[in-house]
Design a protein around this ligand. Structure first.
Ligand code: BGC
Length: 801
């Protein structure tokens, strides 16, 4: 199998929706699922087009209550292009005899190809080849080229090309009881004989979206004249194009589209812009050339060289990792630098989680930081712009500082739904996951990591520091003092493990002293104090005045960060939360036997009238997240500060304990476990990594991929290569390297960016090679084993492992 192409050699209707998600094309500004251009949204297909930040709110009635949800809106479908032989049926793959079929997502060029041969009821054989792209250099353009060849017939055909604004949000079965009509249909017209124009507006957020589509027919370089008729229905505009085709004479149909919105910059009015960009667009082949060039540049920055040790049983690791990088860059490409966009957990690839932004950034930014940190900066600005909303949320909940929402969308308010549908039981249950306050620590952690890698003091001074200080303030205010224990506590929250949202039989939502939350809060408080020290005196003064930071407040931060409570049980086990050890052990064997797949134990237990709250079961890594985010040196320092023991065996003991109790109901879980085991148990680690790698390609959660890819899992599997196996760690001004490849990998080579320098890192056999390039003459510090080396532009250093 190719290492650059995802290939499907057959038409499998049951797999179409998954393939559509996996073959999505996008450029960070918008993305379109890889649906067949002739397909409508019906049971087996779901064409969807999503605009970064294109949200809308609707109120629905659920279980007798009014609920308001914000969704990433399915924008008009620009794909429709189909044909029929006059007098026959419109082309439908389900109704012809398929003689050959091939679908290929070419990752290197960013093109989706389809080629098929089929026979209709009258024995007429036709070949169809199509190429589709969403332009990576010109974010407002996309193009589809279809070539039709009549093998054993000639005659008159009709082509139908359209823009369809009648679409609704219907991609996730669980949400079907909710409102889904987000678009008002404003305008349909033709711009010239070949060009259609459609304007819609989201009905609450009032984002106007305009598409223009030019459909032209070619016989090589000759434009073909044909009869055209316009089709107009509310929200829909199409063209019927009729012409004669001759046996074995290929007919090429090019559909070029432009998409603009009222949220764009550098424009007068989006309709005008859509019109101008379609007029300037040129032919498919010109667009293809510049598009491939843009992808070439991206791959130059983001690809990595991986030498595998022998043949692999399933899809090649390198191919899947490239697929992951591809989808990451289609969601957060260089174009988002100019947008106010966050990272939707499921990409711009489907409607699951309504396009909301979660803590998944924590798994995504590290890869970007070391490649094109400007992208991370732009995504951190998404958070910065929502600082006031986070402050308002904190105040409303009775806290100081800024409390960012668990799920974020357009304006930064809490978007977590209040009721959650369990398709297994058919019940709507209260959703308390908004209590995952740890998202605030993730934001602070991301700012700090970005700064460690880039040393971008401007960002830290003007944006990063203020967020970190306000988040620290929040943590200091949510912490309450337990006089008896002489410790601070955080009560009534949820950790990353979403199976636990309350104590069994308790009316009170949330849990007390989540170890992950408390330790992250301590870390944030420490870093916030450090940030104040780092800032230039003038800026520190300004910020202290603006935020009215008083010495007593800073003293309290210091105190909370020294006396936060962490609960332990058994022999050095860090309790996921207080009284975790009093929960029942779970019958894993029995449930596996009864249900087979128990990744989503929460749904299984709820359908039985039970709840995971009663058991020692985790959906995903929770305590173990600490070992994922921090080196043992950092953790040991944190525990020491708190005056708790942290032995050499704390990490392995806890991994062993929690790994046994985790169902991996989130795709973020396996990769975290794989990471924390990467050095101690390379075999289990690789097995978990290999499973994580298949999250979407094989849809291991059985049905979630069609609703959108899992961007966190995609990015973190790539980051396993980048950081876990090379041991790359940016800490205290030193880039530490400590490679250890899994047995399955023979060599690894990558280009990363660190503090204005480009580094080529190669690990092969027992040699680690570091080559440095870059413009500034300043040296960077590389740490290996216990020594620190200074390397400048043009220098290479080899280390023996
Ligand atoms: C996970 C969360 C994650 C969310 C979005 C959930 O299933 O439990 O940790 O943030 O999906 O990816």
């Amino acid at each position: 199998m190719s290492q650059w192409s995802l290939i499907y050699e057959n038409f499998d209707p049951a797999q179409e929706m998954r393939r559509e998600a996996l073959c999505t094309l996008g450029n960070g500004y918008f993305a379109t699922r890889g649906a067949a251009p002739e397909a409508d949204a019906n049971g087996g297909h779901y064409p969807g087009t999503y605009l970064a930040g294109g949200y809308n709110r609707l109120v629905s009635q659920v279980a007798g209550r009014e609920v308001e949800n914000e969704d990433l809106v399915n924008m008009p479908n620009w794909l429709p292009l189909t044909f029929r032989i006059v007098g026959g049926e419109w082309f439908d793959l389900h109704r012809v005899d398929i003689l050959a079929y091939r679908q290929e997502l070419d990752l290197k060029q960013g093109v989706l190809l389809r080629s098929l041969r089929f026979k209709d009821g009258q024995g007429r054989v036709t070949r169809l080849a199509s190429r589709c792209l969403v332009h990576m250099q010109q974010p407002h353009l996309a193009a589809l080229e279809t070539t039709l060849t009549a093998e054993n017939w000639s005659g008159r055909i009709e082509i139908r090309s359209a823009l369809d604004g009648r679409v609704v949000n219907d991609g996730v079965a669980r949400y079907r009881g909710l409102g889904n009509r987000h678009l008002e249909l404003l305008e349909t017209r033709t711009l010239d004989a070949e060009t259609l124009f459609l304007r819609v507006r989201t009905n609450q957020s009032r984002i106007e979206v305009v598409q223009a589509a030019a459909t032209r027919l070619w016989d090589n370089d000759q434009p073909l004249s044909c009869e055209r008729q316009t089709l107009v229905e509310p929200g829909f505009i199409g063209q019927l194009i009729a012409l004669d085709i001759a046996e074995e004479t290929p007919l090429s149909i090019e559909k070029i589209i432009s998409l603009h919105s009222s949220k764009d910059r550098a424009m007068s009015e989006c309709g005008r812009e859509a019109q101008e960009s379609i007029m300037r667009a040129g032919r498919f082949r010109d667009l293809l050339q510049s598009h491939v060039l843009a992808w070439g540049h991206l791959w130059g920055r983001f690809d990595m060289g991986i030498g595998m040790n022998g043949p692999e049983p399933g899809p090649p690791t390198v191919l899947v990792l490239r697929l992951h990088i591809f989808h990451l860059l289609q969601t957060v490409s260089l174009h988002i630098m100019d947008l106010d966009a966050g990272v939707p957990a499921r990409g711009l690839h489907g409607e699951a989680y309504r396009g909301h932004v979660f803590w998944d950034e924590l798994f995504i930014f590290p890869f970007l930081n070391l490649r094109v940190p400007e992208i991370t900066r732009a995504l951190l600005m998404y958070r910065y712009r929502r600082l006031d909303a986070a402050r308002a949320a904190a105040r409303k909940a009775g806290y100081d500082g800024a409390m960012y929402p668990w799920q974020s969308g357009s304006d930064g308010r809490e978007e977590t739904q209040r009721l959650h549908f369990n398709p297994k039981s058919g019940r709507w249950n209260p959703d308390k996951s908004y209590l995952q306050r740890h998202v605030n620590a993730a934001i602070a952690y991301n700012i700090w990591q970005y700064f460690q890698v880039t040393q971008d003091m401007e960002f830290l001074s003007f944006y990063g520091a203020i967020m970190m200080l306000e988040i620290a303030r929040f943590w200091a205010s949510i912490a309450t003092y337990n006089e008896e224990l002489e410790r601070y506590e955080i009560l009534g929250v949820m950790g990353p493990d979403e199976y636990h949202d309350a104590y069994p039989d308790s009316e009170r939502p949330g849990l007390d002293n989540s170890a992950y939350t408390n330790l992250m809060a301590v870390w944030v408080l420490c870093r916030a104090l450090e940030v104040l020290e780092l800032l230039p005196q003038e800026r520190r003064q300004e910020l202290s005045e603006t935020l009215a930071l008083r010495p007593e407040e800073l003293a309290r931060w210091g105190d909370v960060s020294r006396r936060m409570r962490v609960v332990f049980h058994g022999d050095g086990i860090i309790s996921q939360f207080e009284r975790y050890d009093r929960l029942q052990e779970f019958d894993w064997e029995g449930y596996r036997k009864k249900y087979g797949d128990i990744q989503r134990l929460d749904r299984v237990l709820d359908a039985e009238g039970d709840t995971p709250n009663r058991y020692q079961v985790s959906k995903q890594a929770d305590v173990l997240m600490l070992f994922y985010l921090f080196s043992s040196e950092e953790l040991s320092a944190l525990f020491k500060r708190l005056d708790y023991p942290f032995g050499y065996d704390t990490i392995p003991k806890n991994i062993d304990y929690y790994l046994k109790r985790t169902s991996h109901g989130s795709t973020l879980s396996r990769v975290t476990h794989s990471w924390v085991l990467a050095r101690s148990d390379r075999e289990v680690s690789w097995r978990l990594f290999a499973e994580a790698l298949m999250s979407d390609v094989e849809d291991i959660q059985d049905g979630t991929t069609p609703e959108g890819i899992h961007l966190g899992a995609m990015a973190s599997t790539v980051d396993m290569m980048q950081r876990a196996y090379t041991g790359v760690e940016a800490r205290e001004g030193v880039l530490w390297l400590n490679p250890q490849l899994p047995k399955t990998i023979d060599s690894l080579c990558m280009h990363i960016h660190y503090r204005n320098k480009s580094l080529t890192i190669t690990v092969s056999g027992d040699v680690l090679k570091v080559e440095v390039a870059g413009v500034s003459s300043e040296a960077i510090k590389i740490g290996f084993k216990n020594d620190i080396y200074e390397l400048r532009h043009g220098q290479t250093k080899e280390f023996t492992l």
